[in-house]
Design a protein around this ligand. Structure first.
Ligand SMILES: [Zn+2]
Length: 148
């Protein structure tokens, strides 16, 4: 008797093809699409060359189809907004990560408790001269006297 297993996409049981015993998705086109999507996502995550190639191909395509994207953005303001928010999140995460990396040796000594911290911009000459991020850590459970 042939073995059957639940599809990783639609969860319906299917019979893997004999030439691919590891098959996890059934042959439905929507499931095959999902399989490819996951494969690409994993590849992008793990293969810098692949990621770079994809980014280059995408940039090339976008350059050749500039009007497509500007028209698309015009028709989908939500998409633009969501993208902008996501980019902002990524930027913030990147900054926080680099701050943490730099402060590894310092944090345990000062005994700063884990929690939500306010990352605020310091104005003045000191910041202008330096590439490093200066971070003011404010306990957000207490009202803060001055911001900015
Ligand atoms: Zn399926």
């Amino acid at each position: 008797m042939k073995e059957s297993r639940p599809c990783a996409g639609c969860k319906k049981h299917f019979h893997p093809r004999p030439q691919s015993p590891q098959q996890q998705f059934c042959s439905e086109s929507i499931c095959q699409k999902e399989r490819r999507r996951r494969w690409q996502a994993a590849k992008r995550q793990n293969d810098p060359d692949y990621r770079e190639n994809q980014a280059r191909a995408q940039a090339k395509w976008a350059k050749a189809n500039r009007s497509y994207w500007s028209a698309y953005r015009e028709r989908h303001p939500d998409y633009v907004k969501r993208n902008r928010e996501r980019q902002r999140e990524r930027d913030t995460r990147r900054r926080v990560t680099s701050v943490l990396a730099k402060s590894d040796a310092w944090a345990p000594e000062t005994g700063v408790p884990s929690g939500i911290y306010r990352l605020s911009r310091v104005t003045g000459d000191e910041l202008a001269k330096s590439d490093a991020w200066m971070v003011r850590i404010t306990d957000v459970s207490r009202p803060c006297a001055a911001t900015g």
